[in-house]
Design a protein around this ligand. Structure first.
Ligand code: NAD
Length: 300
């Protein structure tokens, strides 16, 4: 029997992920609060739904890609949540970046209903989502992951089993905390070079091949014009919004407080993103943190 997939959340990440499942031959019924996102999904060959309930009707696999924990909790939990209507045997692949505790709570409720659920947050950005090269960090049982693997391998190129329920989210939170530090540090280094007469493209090439090399320099340069097809060269539109990075840093700091772990670099990065959001808003791509360094210039 061919699977029918319900895909909830067709934003910057969800839309290309759903598109890759459609391209692989699956029936993918998509729903989003934004009508234009559903229309785009339909134009890409997917089926449109007018509600979450309509999207999941007859689906044996549910994939969700929503902004934050509260949207995910209200999608699945409570009297009106999906877990109250999905039949036993359904597979739920929850890909949003959310609190590990929320993921654990949904997984426990799913187990009671004999529904297989994994938390499977991703890394790789919108380019990775479009190319089907995302990295999945999975929390949940080995059996549930085995069922999910063929879908994950269409949307991604690496699948890691981090541990039990919530472990995928913990891995993702650690990764994004590091990414925030790398993005601010890389912006700072590039700005120092520019202020002292270096060409940012040349400096980026040098650092890529040196001990400062990192993912930001390889794939996501924050200086406009250095790299093609990145948000920095598109007025910081698309990509991963400042508001979502601020959310992830909040998740990291909350997790660190619970485990009494010192995370001073990440606390500073969180403050820098908060400052940046106050002047530039939450909607730009997170590489726009580079502007925090340039906007405050020339005051002396
Ligand atoms: P986005 O804001 O572009 O997309 C989220 C979509 O969910 C929106 O289209 C919104 O309308 C929809 N939505 C919200 N509530 C809904 C509901 N109740 N029912 C149906 N649709 C609903 O965000 P994104 O960039 O696609 O990120 C999604 C998740 O992936 C976030 O948790 C983010 O942290 C994570 N993530 C993003 C990136 C990235 O590069 N953008 C990378 C890795 C992980």
């Amino acid at each position: 029997m061919t699977s029918r997939i319900a895909f909830i959340g067709l934003g910057n990440m969800g839309a290309p992920m759903a598109r890759n499942l459609v391209a692989a031959g699956y029936d993918v019924c998509g729903y989003d609060l934004v009508t234009e996102a559903i229309i785009r999904h339909q134009k890409a060959g997917g089926f449109p739904a007018e509600s979450v309930r309509q999207a999941v009707d007859g689906a044996d696999v549910i994939i969700s890609m929503l902004p934050a924990g509260h949207q995910v909790a209200s999608l699945y939990l409570g009297d009106k949540g999906l877990l109250s209507v999905l039949p036993a045997g359904t597979l739920v692949i929850e890909c949003s970046t959310i609190e590990a505790d929320v993921a654990k709570k949904i997984a426990a409720a799913a187990t009671e209903k004999k529904i297989d659920m994994i938390d499977a947050p991703v890394s790789g950005g919108t380019a990775g989502a479009a190319a089907g090269t995302l990295t999945f960090m999975v929390g949940g049982s080995g059996e549930a992951l085995a069922r999910a693997r063929s879908y994950l391998e269409i949307m991604g190129s690496a699948v890691f089993h981090a541990g039990g329920p919530g472990a995928g989210q913990l891995a993702k939170i650690c990764n994004n905390m590091l990414l925030a530090v790398l993005m601010t540090g890389t912006s700072e280094a590039l700005k120092l070079g520019i202020d002292n007469g270096l060409d940012p493209a040349v400096l980026s090439d040098i650092m890529k091949s040196s001990s400062g090399g990192n993912w930001v320099l390889d794939k996501y340069n924050p200086v406009p014009g250095v790299m093609e097809k990145v948000p920095a060269s598109n007025n910081y539109q698309g990509g991963f919004m400042v508001g979502l990075m601020a959310k992830d840093l909040g998740l990291a700091l909350g997790t660190a407080a619970n485990s009494k772990t010192a995370v001073p670099m990440s606390a500073l990065a969180e403050n820098l993103y908060r400052l940046h959001a106050q002047s530039s808003g939450f909607k730009q791509d997170f590489s726009s943190i580079y502007q925090l360094y340039t906007n405050n210039q020339d005051q002396n």
